[in-house]
Each structure stands twice: as C-alpha cells, then as structure tokens.
Design a protein around this ligand. Structure first.
Ligand code: PLP
Length: 459
C-alpha cells in the first residue's frame, strides 16, 4: 500500500516512509491511496481466531509490501505478548447488549499500548534495515508518553523526547514516564496545556533544517501506523459479536475513533459511532453546528481528552471532502489564521451519517463511575465513563450490541475513581512499583526554540 498526503502532495510514500516520517512533507497527514477490502466471509473465518490474527490481517493489508510474511507475523506476536489478558482486547458484558471493550491490558494500562508497542517494533525493524537513527519527539496528554517510554525506551535506534503539560496529567501517568532509567528517554514538563505541547511539536516539524538535522520522527497519533494498529480491535469485536455493533469512543485527538472508521471503510458492518467528548467538545460542536472552532482547553477529570485541536480530524475531513486536498488545504490554512473553519454541507452530511456525538461533564463522569460501580461492581476509569454516559444518551434506541471502548485501567486515575466510588481501585503490581520509584524530568516554558536547543544538546 502506498500513502499520500491529505494536503495535496501526491508523491507516493511507502508504508515505511510514512511510518518513519510521521507527518507528510507538506504538513498533511498520510493516508492510504485506497482502502483494502476484507474478503466476503472474513467474519465467519475469524470468529474464533486469536487477536494476533486480526492484527496480522490488518498489518498485512496496509504494510504487507514492506515486510516478509514471517517477519510481520513475528512482529505482531511479539507486540501483543506482553499483554496480560489472553484475549488481548476482551469484551465484558455490562448489561444486555452493552459491552466494555477492555483496551487496558497492555504494559502501561491504556489503549495506547496497542499501537505504541507495535510501533516500537516497526521502527526498530525499519531503522535497523536502513542503518539509520531517529529522534522521536512526542507530545502527550498522559498515556501516549507512557506507552512510548515503555515501547521505545532502551532502543538503540532512537532517542525519545516526551513533552507533557505540567500538572495536567495524573500521578500514575507522569510516573510511568519519569521513572524510566533508559538513557535514550528525556522527559520535559511543559508549562502549558497539551495543545501547547502539540503546537510545539508541529513547529519542530515545520522547521525543515531542524527536522533534517536531528532526523525527527513522530509516534503521535498522526502517525498512520498507530491508526492501523488500532483498527484491529474493531475487527476482532465485530467477529466476536457476530452482529453489527454501535460504538462509543472516548475521543481527544480523534485517532481511536478514526481507526473505527477505517474498519468501516474496509468493510466491517457497524452502526453509528459516538464521538464522546468531555467539556473540551470541539468535535461535538462541529457536528452540531458545522463550524470547527477552537476554544481554550479546560482541565477535566478525563485529562487524555483535554484537547481542542483534534489532529486526526483532518483525516476524516479528507474523506468527507471526497479527498479534495486543495479544499482541505485552504480550510486548514484558514483554521490556522482565524481559529475556525466551516465544514461544507456535503462533508458535514457525510460525517453525520457515520457519527453521533455527545459531551459529558465532570459531574456526569463521576456519576457514571459511581452508578456503574453500584450496579455491577465494576470500576471504570473517567475516560471510559465519558464513553459509557455518551452511549447511554446517544445509543439508547440502537437495536444491537453497543460497545464502549474502555481506554484506561481505573487505577491510572485512582483519585477520581475513589472520589466517585468511595473505594480505591486495586493497583496492578507493576503500577504499584512505578509509584515508588524516583522520577527524573526537566521543566520548560512552552517555547519551541528553547525546546529545540534542549533536544539538540542531548542527542
Ligand atoms: C488518548 C486517550 C483517549 C483519546 O484517544 P484519541 O485517539 O486521542 O481520540 C481516550 N482515553 C484515554 C484513556 C486515552 O489515553
């Protein structure tokens, strides 16, 4: 499969080029030139298949030309070996026709491990084959950074710099990053919001000289390979349930839910997908009004979704505009100068056919955690609670299985869960250990040029 940019550069990139570059040279995001189609009967064929088979099929469809079959199978098996549940992405029935898709059985207890573990192996294989090194810079709202440190720490082929917004992530999230002893890992606590971190990352990429000099790479959810890896659990869920499911996806950067859209494009039958947001509800407002308008990000109980500029929304826009990159580019340029853009009517109609949306307040989030615990004895993390509440509100009439993506382990957000339920969630042993180790990180202003100097001094 070849890849092109959402902003009009039609120079075709191979999977490995798109993987290593992250962002296309014209500032757009990489998209496959076409959507691979699942064969008729795939669902019945794979009904009882292990998770790795789904992951392999998807990777084969999008990256098959870049790896030999055995290598890809091996890579997928290694990726999911550290997960601590035999089903990797198990479904848990909460109520009749309401399921949690548990995506927190990886090493850092959030769904980011699904893609990041695979990316670690993909990067290593690709860089070794090319005899190259990369400097990876990550902006994180908490979970991506932890997953990246776990997946990339200690690898000889790269240096890793992780920017997190100081004081805006949970203790467990921060400690999973800052307690790493790997010499290639550098943590930066940025005085600002996640959007500041993401803006700095984009400006590092926009600086051609700097980007080339340090061989900059990105593992943020703008990286196509992340979306690819996340697509697999929409296939495994569809095969297990055997009936078209509706989904509710706690959404920040629009990566996870876009993976669901990819599955749909590949031929997975599904009902609506709910974009579940917290008070940072730019996507909910966009679907309701047709105007994508950036406002200030506010801190909520579900910090991984405290995002205003949802990077992967550009990918949906590209599809909704029938891949008209010229129109997309002028809309994105307008967004940069005015802070808003109007979605053309036809594109908005296409989005509203596939997606529903909702926003869930902190009070509703706590209430959902409390009620779920009371009714079922199951503790859900605040992000999952946002998805659950949105599913109850938006999918009440859906006549089939409803699946809420459970994106993090409750122990990662122990304070919020304990405040709502009156009981502290059990800490998985690995997390308990991390909570006691010494931390190391540097604090910096939200200033791209200072951060460039910091990086250059350390590679
Ligand atoms: C990253 C994250 C999200 C949001 O996912 P996006 O792909 O950015 O939309 C939701 N919940 C948790 C726990 C996360 O870590």
């Amino acid at each position: 499969m070849d890849y092109i940019s959402t902003r009009g550069d039609e120079t075709r990139a191979s999977f490995v080029d798109a993987l290593l570059a992250g962002l296309a040279p014209d500032g757009g995001l990489y998209m496959p030139v076409s959507w691979p189609q699942l064969s008729a009967g795939w669902q019945a064929d794979l009904k009882d298949a292990p998770y790795t088979e789904f992951a392999y099929r998807v990777a084969q469809a999008f990256a098959g030309e870049s790896f030999i079959e055995d290598e890809l199978r091996e890579l997928v098996a290694t990726t999911y070996a550290p997960f601590d549940h035999k089903d990797v992405a198990p479904l848990r029935e909460l109520e009749p026709n309401l399921y949690l898709l548990e995506l927190f059985h990886g090493p850092t207890f959030a769904f980011k491990d699904f893609a990041m573990q695979m990316l670690g192996h993909l990067f290593d294989a690709a860089l070794k084959a090319r005899g190259e090194r990369r400097t990876i810079v990550v902006a994180t709202s908490g979970d991506t950074g932890a997953a990246a440190v776990e997946a990339l720490g200690g690898r000889e082929t790269l240096d890793l710099f992780v920017m997190h917004p100081e004081g805006r992530i949970s203790d467990a999230q921060r400690r999973q990053m800052t307690t790493s002893t790997a010499s290639n890992v550098h943590n930066i606590a940025v005085k600002g919001t996640f959007d500041d971190c993401q803006r700095i990352l984009k400006s590092l990429f926009a600086d051609d000289a700097f980007r080339t000099k340090i061989s900059l790479g990105a593992v943020n959810s703008i990286n196509w390979a992340r979306i690819m890896a996340q697509t697999s659990y929409f296939l495994s869920t569809a095969a297990r349930l055997g009936a078209p499911a509706a989904y509710s996806v706690p959404t920040g950067n629009f990566g996870d839910i876009f993976a669901g859209f990819v599955a749909k494009r590949m031929g997975v039958a599904m009902g609506p997908m709910v974009i579940a947001t917290n008070a940072n509800d730019i996507l909910h407002r966009t679907l309701a009004t047709g105007i994508y308008k950036v406002e200030g990000a506010s801190a909520t109980l579900s910090p991984a979704m405290d995002i205003q500029v949802a990077s992967n929304f550009e990918r949906l826009l590209f599809e909704a505009l029938d891949r008209d990159a010229g129109t997309l580019k002028s809309m994105m340029d307008g967004l940069t100068t005015t802070g808003e853009m109007k979605i053309p009517d036809a594109a908005l109609a296409m989005m509203c056919e596939t997606f529903l949306s909702d926003h869930v307040s902190d009070a509703e989030t706590s209430d959902e955690i409390a009620k779920t615990f009371e009714a079922t004895g199951i503790m859900v993390d605040p992000h999952t609670a946002v998805g659950l509440r949105a599913a109850r509100q938006q999918l009440a009439d859906y006549n089939g299985p409803r699946v809420v993506l459970s994106t993090a382990h409750p122990a990662k957000f122990a304070d919020t869960v304990e405040a709502a339920t009156g009981k502290a969630p059990d800490l998985p042993p690995h997390l308990a250990k991390v909570m006691k180790l010494p931390e190391s990180f540097d604090q910096m202003a939200a200033d791209a040029s200072a951060i460039k100097d910091y990086i250059e001094a350390r590679i």
